[in-house]
Ligand binder design. Sequence first.
Ligand SMILES: [Zn+2]
Ligand SMILES: [Zn+2]
Length: 153
Amino acid sequence: MKTRLHSKTTRQEPLADLTGRLRKRSRRVTGPRQAILETLRQHAHPLTNKEIFAAMPKGNCDLATIYRSMHLLEEMGMVKRFHFGDGAARFELVSEGDDGHHHHLVCVRCSQIVEIEDCFPHELEEAIAARNGFKAITHKLEFFGVCPRCQSP
Ligand SMILES: [Zn+2]
Ligand SMILES: [Zn+2]
């Protein structure tokens, strides 16, 4: 199975490119928005709103601003929302021109997150769609397990 750890070098765009995407869409690059993008850039895994808030420079904005900003960034397709079954939405930057479709393998003990590039074969989705009369099928899928570090006693 082909997997790789979240890597900042391959995935993360420079902050200037990210804020440029906001400007292009006639969105103001407010202090909090810029700080949120920078925080997501610096973290190698999806973050919850509260984690983003905790990682941001103090006094920059309140939690409600982060909720609103994440909503906007998600609407613009700049971040993607993931759910790992603990009730907290997590957000990750989406590179420009990428649909952000990928999966995660999450350690149930230490919450380490590994990015998985494998995906269902397209034919399988086509078959599921055809069998049920659906069109434009997509999927969400996350994997859970115990990581190598947590396996050693
Ligand atoms: Zn672990
Ligand atoms: Zn997939």
